[in-house]
Every structure is written in structure tokens, then in C-alpha cells.
Design a protein around this ligand. Structure first.
Ligand SMILES: *[C@@H]1O[C@H](CO)[C@@H](O)[C@H](O)[C@H]1NC(C)=O
Ligand SMILES: *[C@@H]1O[C@H](CO)[C@@H](O)[C@H](O)[C@H]1NC(C)=O
Ligand SMILES: *[C@@H]1O[C@H](CO)[C@@H](O)[C@H](O)[C@H]1NC(C)=O
Ligand SMILES: *[C@@H]1O[C@H](CO)[C@@H](O)[C@H](O)[C@H]1NC(C)=O
Ligand SMILES: *[C@@H]1O[C@H](CO)[C@@H](O)[C@H](O)[C@H]1NC(C)=O
Ligand SMILES: *[C@@H]1O[C@H](CO)[C@@H](O)[C@H](O)[C@H]1NC(C)=O
Ligand SMILES: *[C@@H]1O[C@H](CO)[C@@H](O)[C@H](O)[C@H]1NC(C)=O
Ligand SMILES: *[C@@H]1O[C@H](CO)[C@@H](O)[C@H](O)[C@H]1NC(C)=O
Ligand SMILES: *[C@@H]1O[C@H](CO)[C@@H](O)[C@H](O)[C@H]1NC(C)=O
Ligand SMILES: *[C@@H]1O[C@H](CO)[C@@H](O)[C@H](O)[C@H]1NC(C)=O
Length: 432
């Protein structure tokens, strides 16, 4: 591949990045009255032609807040329970919005970032053959850069507001995916600040707050390379929910189930089962059948490596980081995600003159030779990293996070005070 091609690719990448940021601005949050909006969007609770397994039950159902994976016999009545939980909660909620939805066939999807949205956007991009200049034979092959940044040509994105409901939405089967709010916040931090993605955008807003706190005497660090989870969380709770970036904005403000009225609320914790059900409905069971976990992990790691190394072509990042630093951060991310064992440190000594290809080689090798551990042990590694991060927060910040995501906990049946994050702090919290 010649230098010319590479240059063109880099230029394109930058142009696409700029375009995407503008798109984000266009999707500004709704400020209108929530009830008004609920009335404007006259969506039937359920259509006759919908899968009978989803039929809404009128009796009150108590929803378990457990997140443990269900048994192999996946009970589809869980969707009716989740719908009921939303409907019960919606009676009391005031604010909310629906920012991005798309549809194909008779199925509509409401986008919530950080909850498998890359997977689902790829499904829709694939169905529309809307994948930039290339056609892909499987949704799994679509690169992350295309998923999130290639301009849309055939596939459409809709915002729901007082005067506009996307066409056919009322007869579509509607679905969305949600996630435990604390884990979504932590995952956003790792993706955007432990890795380098947001240093240039949101990171700048965070370091500006440092300036205010420090009396403007010390020069602020424009790189934003050292934002801790604690600083990030304090920044998040200092803002109004509607002003927050979509990666950590409460789901109620991104895709309010009170407005969108989903038939299926999928969860990150049961992603495979929920996606399987939906793909079957969409006549795409082969997609799930062709899923291979090992391949998925390699793809996921490669995508993150490619994406973060590509950012190094940007002048901002050239000033603020280097290939070794990025590799080190990716390595830690793969440990946090439970791909690489936490006991094997990033081999700094092998990291001279590192490029994406060479680093992939290192990561693949470490993954291939990872020690045998049970799924529970890998889960423990992931949860351990998260619990340790939340221990860095003050009780005050943790309480504010609890309030910020209060409607999400209730709508989607998550424990607002999980023992793992709250238990050692009980002395500082007043009972609610
Ligand atoms: C899609 O919706 C239309 C209108 O409600 C209906 O006639 C059609 O049968 C539906 N198609 C499928 C595949 O469910
Ligand atoms: C997909 O779109 C590309 C152009 O964007 C076109 O060249 C290709 O033929 C299309 N493939 C199919 C299967 O429609
Ligand atoms: C509602 O959405 C439509 C379509 O996206 C847009 O044209 C219109 O300006 C929006 N109205 C308000 C009040 O935001
Ligand atoms: C969407 O609705 C229009 C009428 O409003 C109908 O003509 C069209 O067939 C529908 N499309 C689908 C895919 O159901
Ligand atoms: C900011 O300045 C005020 C007055 O000069 C001083 O009292 C305060 O301690 C300073 N705060 C910090 C964080 O330096
Ligand atoms: C489902 O897919 C199969 C093959 O992929 C196709 O033959 C069949 O017509 C599709 N059914 C519907 C309802 O779209
Ligand atoms: C990078 O650093 C150089 C020298 O310190 C400076 O002149 C330049 O403006 C910086 N570029 C960016 C994008 O921050
Ligand atoms: C790369 O960045 C790290 C962290 O900023 C720094 O400690 C290291 O000296 C840099 N290495 C090179 C070769 O510039
Ligand atoms: C990446 O590094 C490897 C080993 O250091 C080298 O062989 C390869 O040519 C490099 N690739 C690129 C694209 O620079
Ligand atoms: C509990 O509150 C006390 C007094 O407000 C404070 O000093 C302490 O750091 C808090 N503990 C935790 C774990 O935040």
C-alpha cells in the first residue's frame, strides 16, 4: 500500500470524525414537557401481530433485580415483565427524550451507546448495505470506524419529538438495550479516558474545571491524559442530566421507554439471549449461529487497537501520547474487560517502535496463552476492577450518581445500591 493511499485514508478519517461530531450536536436533547411528548407519540402498547410471547400482562408483576444469567431455557415472559416494570415507573416520571432510532423491515431500534450498539448498528447497516464503499458478507466484518463514522446513505436515523414520530413506528416491533448504570459509567470512562478517544473533546471540558478549582494560577494540562475515574465521576454529577454526553447520559434522557414504548428491553447482562430472540424475529438467526466467542474477542481487541492507533495520526495525540503509552492503556483495558489476565503486566521492554500490527501480535499471543480460568473467575476480574474504581469515589459523589441514574434503576429493575459498591460505606449514607 503506497504512502498516497495511507494519506488519503487518514484525511478521510479526520473528515469523517468531524462530520460525526457535528451529527452529535444535531441530536440535542429534548427540553419539551415529557407528558406532552408522551401524548404526541401515540404508540399502541402492543400490536396484534406481535409475537405472542411478548404479550403484555395486565397483572402486577414483581421484577427480580438479579443480573445473573438465566438458564438455557430462556423464558420469553421476561420481556413482558420488563415492559410492565417500565410502564409502572413511567406513571411517575416527568422528563425524558428519544434521540436516535432506526428501523428496517418491521423492526425499530432505539440506540443507547455503550450497550452493544456497535453490534446492532452493524446489523442495520448490513441490512441496508450502508457500509461506505465496501460490501460486507457478515455484520461482524464491518469495521468500527464504518459503524460509527461512515455517513448514512440508505439507513436513516430519527429523533422523536412533539411534532415528529418516525414513519411506521407504531406498527414496528420496537426494541432497545440497557445496562446497569454504574457499569455503563465505568465502561464509558475506560473507553474514552483511560483510552484516548475523548481527550480532545470531553476531556477539555473536564480539565477546564480544574482551572476553576485551582484558582487559574497553575497552567492547565491541555492533553487531558490523566483524568481519573474520580475526577470524571465528579464532572458527571456536576452537570444537568440533559447536558451529558450520550455515553453516560441517563437512558431515560436518551431513549425513554415511556415515549418509545419498547416491546423488548434487552439487557447487557443477557445480551446473547435477548439478541438471539430479536435476530430470530428479524429472520437473521444465522448471524447468531455464526457467532464465535474467541473470534469476537480477537475482533474486538483488533478494532480497539486499530482505532486508538489511528488517532495517533492526529496532531493533538502526537503531542499528548505515543504508541507505547497507547499500547499500555489498551493492555490495561483488555485486563479490565477480562480478556487478558490481570497478573501479566504489559511487556514494556518489547514495546520499542511499536505499531498496531506488532502490538496486535503481542496481544494475540498473550490471549492465546492466557491461563485457564473459569468464566466466574474472569467475571471476578472484571468486577474487581470496577469495584476498585468506585472505591476511589467520595460517598458524596456516589450518592449523586445514585440520584442521577435513579430513573434508570427503577425503569430497568436494577439495584440502585449494590452491596459491592455501597456496603463499606453504610456509615456515611442515610437510609432512603
Ligand atoms: C409489517 O407491517 C405491516 C403493516 O402493519 C404488515 O402488513 C406486515 O405484515 C408486517 N410484516 C411483517 C413481516 O411482519
Ligand atoms: C451495496 O452497495 C454498494 C455501493 O455502496 C454496491 O456496489 C453493491 O453492489 C451493493 N451490494 C448489494 C448486495 O446490494
Ligand atoms: C422534530 O423533528 C423533526 C424531524 O427530525 C424536525 O424537522 C423538527 O424540527 C423537530 N422539531 C422540534 C420542535 O425539535
Ligand atoms: C410504512 O407505512 C407506509 C404507510 O404509512 C406504508 O405504505 C409502507 O408500506 C410501510 N412500510 C413498511 C416497511 O411497513
Ligand atoms: C484560591 O484563592 C483564594 C484567595 O486567593 C484562597 O483563599 C484559596 O485557598 C485558593 N484556593 C486554591 C484551591 O488554591
Ligand atoms: C428468511 O430468510 C430465508 C433465507 O435467508 C428466506 O428464504 C425467507 O424468505 C425469509 N423469510 C422472511 C419471512 O423474510
Ligand atoms: C503540539 O505542540 C507544539 C509544540 O509544543 C505546539 O506548537 C502545537 O500547537 C501543538 N499542537 C496541538 C494540536 O496541540
Ligand atoms: C511515551 O509517553 C509516555 C507517557 O506519556 C512517556 O512516559 C514516555 O516517555 C513516552 N515515550 C516516548 C518514546 O516518547
Ligand atoms: C510494524 O512493525 C513491524 C515490526 O516492528 C514491522 O515489520 C512492520 O513493517 C511495521 N508495519 C508498519 C505498517 O509499519
Ligand atoms: C465518610 O464521611 C466522613 C465524614 O464526612 C469522611 O471523612 C469519610 O471520608 C467518608 N468515608 C468515605 C468512605 O467516603
Amino acid at each position: 500500500m503506497g504512502k498516497m493511499t495511507l494519506l488519503v485514508m487518514i484525511t478521510l478519517t479526520v473528515v469523517i470524525l468531524v462530520l460525526y461530531e457535528n451529527l452529535h450536536l444535531a441530536g440535542s436533547p429534548l427540553k419539551n414537557g415529557h407528558r406532552e411528548l408522551m401524548q404526541a407519540v401515540q404508540l399502541d402498547a402492543l400490536q396484534e401481530n406481535v409475537d405472542p410471547r411478548l404479550l403484555y400482562q395486565t397483572t402486577q408483576v414483581t421484577v427480580a433485580t438479579t443480573t445473573s444469567a438465566p438458564s438455557s431455557a430462556w423464558d420469553h415472559s421476561v420481556y413482558a415483565h420488563r415492559r410492565q416494570q417500565c410502564e409502572n415507573t413511567c406513571v411517575r416520571l416527568r422528563e425524558g427524550g428519544v434521540v436516535r432510532t432506526t428501523r428496517h423491515g418491521n423492526t425499530s431500534y432505539c440506540v443507547v451507546p455503550k450497550v452493544g450498539c456497535t453490534f446492532w448498528l452493524n446489523i442495520f447497516r448490513y441490512l441496508y448495505n450502508d457500509t461506505g464503499d465496501r460490501t460486507y458478507s457478515s455484520p461482524y466484518d464491518i469495521p468500527r470506524m464504518v459503524t460509527h463514522y461512515a455517513p448514512l446513505k440508505r439507513m436513516k436515523m430519527y429523533t422523536i419529538n412533539n411534532t415528529f414520530t418516525p414513519p411506521n413506528l407504531s406498527t414496528d416491533l420496537r426494541f432497545m438495550f440497557v445496562r446497569e448504570p454504574y457499569s455503563r459509567l465505568w465502561s464509558a470512562y475506560v473507553d474514552k479516558f483511560l483510552l484516548v478517544d475523548y481527550w480532545r473533546s470531553e476531556g477539555q471540558r473536564i480539565v477546564k474545571q480544574r482551572k476553576v478549582k485551582a484558582n487559574a494560577t497553575t497552567p492547565i494540562n491541555k492533553c487531558a491524559h490523566d483524568i481519573s475515574f474520580r475526577e470524571f465521576a465528579e464532572f458527571v454529577v456536576s452537570m444537568q442530566p440533559a447536558q451529558l454526553n450520550e455515553h453516560w447520559k441517563p437512558i431515560q434522557h436518551l431513549c425513554s421507554p415511556c415515549i418509545y414504548r419498547p416491546h423488548v428491553v434487552g439487557k447487557m447482562e443477557t445480551f446473547a439471549q435477548d439478541s438471539g430472540f430479536l435476530l430470530e424475529h428479524m429472520n437473521l438467526s444465522w448471524v447468531l449461529a455464526s457467532y464465535e466467542h474467541e473470534k469476537h474477542v480477537y475482533d474486538e481487541m483488533d478494532m480497539l487497537i486499530d482505532y486508538n492507533f489511528q488517532l495517533l495520526n492526529h496532531n493533538f495525540y502526537k503531542n499528548c501520547t505515543n504508541a507505547t503509552d497507547i499500547a499500555d492503556r489498551l493492555w490495561r483495558t483488555f485486563q479490565i474487560n477480562g480478556y487478558l489476565p490481570e497478573e501479566i503486566a504489559f511487556p514494556q521492554d518489547k514495546a520499542v517502535k511499536l505499531n498496531a500490527t506488532a502490538f496486535k501480535g503481542m496481544v494475540h499471543e498473550a490471549f492465546r496463552h492466557r491461563p485457564k480460568k473459569s468464566p466466574a473467575e474472569w467475571r471476578q476480574q472484571r468486577e474487581g476492577a470496577m469495584v476498585a474504581a468506585f472505591k476511589q469515589l467520595s460517598t458524596d459523589t456516589l450518592e449523586k450518581l445514585h440520584n442521577l441514574y435513579a430513573s434508570d434503576f427503577e425503569l430497568f429493575g436494577y439495584d440502585p445500591r449494590p452491596d459491592s459498591l455501597f456496603k463499606d460505606r453504610m456509615t456515611n449514607t442515610t437510609s432512603s
